[in-house]
Design a protein around this ligand. Structure first.
Ligand code: UDX
Length: 434
């Protein structure tokens, strides 16, 4: 089939390459000429394991190309996937739909009769119904088909999704979308069909649930800290109950990134507009618990430095909001680094893949070229993003270079028996010291 993907960020670039892998012809559209040039050369402008290979295979097949020309897109595809971003409005909680608006406005005059527009962007509930009227006015159809990909697993999540959600008002439109995904459906991927509003809600509800799970266990961590209990053992034990499950119960520094924080805030804002804000006030607590973990990490660092961070040297391991990603949007690690700096510490940050992004957006922080360089002369080392490189690092790698063997594990992923045996004072969120 002939497809287009509008917006070639994380979601769009992955979706475009994955759709070629499913056998389709794909043209990717973006307003950013640099991004289009880079993708056309087979270079992915962000870190996503497996995507560069998939992109290059797609380009080599001759069935994938990128353009800035919407006329070209309208003329060469029958199914158009809307993959533009919906960031948080600056200074507000609500989602910014500027990019969705601009993409639709540009696309509508170019659509061939009978074309299908597939919404994948995360939008406030009610958006699709409004877009459908405009799409139908030019004799095309709209379906809403949210995605659930995780950064770091984007390729796998797109090619092996847990489910395909289709919000549609016409059978013809749904049938066309399922033809695009035919090989996934044949492989047994469940398809759940519904109306537009429910499909829009599925995405934000899923993210709100995941955020709730993380903040729940982080709230338990706060309680554990007060009574000298251990949140990781608690999570293991409650996680054995299949109704609860152990996944997404890793206590620590909490969630960041481009999705969970902004999605729960936008969801609350939408509930306010709908006059049902009470239904989602609990999400405010979820957000608050999450942000409090960052302050608690700074407190642990302060305690380890004898009560004040002023004049102390702090090594920060990790800048990305999670490992296997160079994404620093709403990164807990960088937030903590900045707070330590504001408290008077000399902070040095190292991350295996997110250094360029961190330097660009957090110019006041100092950066090191390796974990050892970051830790040199440090009074405390903060492990804030659980990259494999840090989790598997032997403490002796840092023992000789630090000023004091103090480590805070903000992700509860280090082998604390080992670190303690090697002479380090180890503190972690939600766990008493050994
Ligand atoms: C998330 C959703 O998982 C995905 O389905 C959706 O499409 C987009 O948002 P992503 O933001 O890529 O994906 O990251 P995810 O792996 O979900 O992690 C989110 C954050 O939660 C990270 O900062 C991670 O460190 C944190 N986290 C996750 C925890 O603190 N504890 C956990 O147990 C799990």
């Amino acid at each position: 089939m002939k497809l287009s993907v509008i917006g070639t960020g994380y979601l769009g670039a992955t979706h475009a390459a994955a759709m070629v892998a499913l056998g389709h012809d794909v043209v990717g559209l973006d307003v950013d000429a640099d991004k289009v040039a880079s993708l056309s050369r087979g270079e992915v402008p962000f870190h996503e394991p497996g995507l560069p290979e998939l992109l290059r295979e797609g380009l080599a097949s001759g069935r994938l190309r990128f353009t800035t020309d919407v006329t070209d897109v309208g003329a060469s595809a029958d199914v158009h996937f809307l993959c533009v971003g919906t960031p948080q409005k600056p200074g507000e909680k609500a989602a910014d739909l500027t990019y969705v608006e601009a993409a639709i406005a540009a696309l509508l005059p170019e659509l061939r009769a009978g074309a299908l527009v597939v919404g994948k962007s995360t939008v406030p509930v009610g958006t699709a119904a409004g877009l459908a009227e405009r799409v139908e006015a030019v004799d095309a159809d709209l379906v809403w088909n949210p995605e659930f990909l995780r950064e770091g697993f984007a390729v796998d999540d797109t090619l092996r999704p847990d489910r395909i959600v289709v919000g549609a008002t016409s059978e013809r439109a749904e049938k066309t979308l399922l033809e695009v995904y035919a090989s996934l459906v044949e492989a047994g991927t469940p398809v759940v069909s519904m109306d537009y509003a429910t499909a829009e809600l599925v995405k934000v509800a899923a993210n709100a649930f995941l955020a709730t799970k993380i903040s729940f266990i982080n709230a338990m961590a706060e309680v554990c800290e007060a009574v000298d209990a251990d949140v990781t053992l608690l999570a293991d034990a409650i996680g054995h109950d299949e109704r609860i499950g152990r996944r997404f119960l890793s206590a620590g520094l909490g969630f960041g990134g481009g999705c969970l924080p902004k999605d729960i805030r936008a969801f609350m804002a939408r509930a306010g507009e709908l006059g049902i804000d009470q239904a989602l006030t609990f999400l405010k607590s979820i957000d608050d618990i999450n942000v409090r973990r960052r302050a608690r990490t700074v407190d642990l660092a302060r305690e380890m430095c004898g009560g004040s961070l002023a004049g102390q040297r702090v090594a920060v391991l990790g800048a990305a909001f999670k490992p296997d990603s160079d994404d620093i949007r709403d990164s807990p690690a960088l937030d903590v680094a900045l707070a330590c700096q504001r408290a008077g510490a000399a902070v040095r940050v190292y991350d295996p893949h997110a250094m360029d992004n961190a330097r660009r957006d957090y110019a006041t922080l100092a950066y090191a070229a390796s974990a050892v360089e970051a830790a040199t002369d440090a009074d405390v080392v903060l492990h804030l993003t659980e990259w494999e490189e840090f989790v598997t690092m032997h403490p002796s790698t840092l023992s000789a270079v630090v000023r004091q063997r103090h480590i805070v594990d903000g992700r509860n992923k280090l082998d604390r028996e080992l670190w303690t045996r090697e002479g380090w004072t180890h503190r972690a969120l939600g766990r008493r010291s050994l």
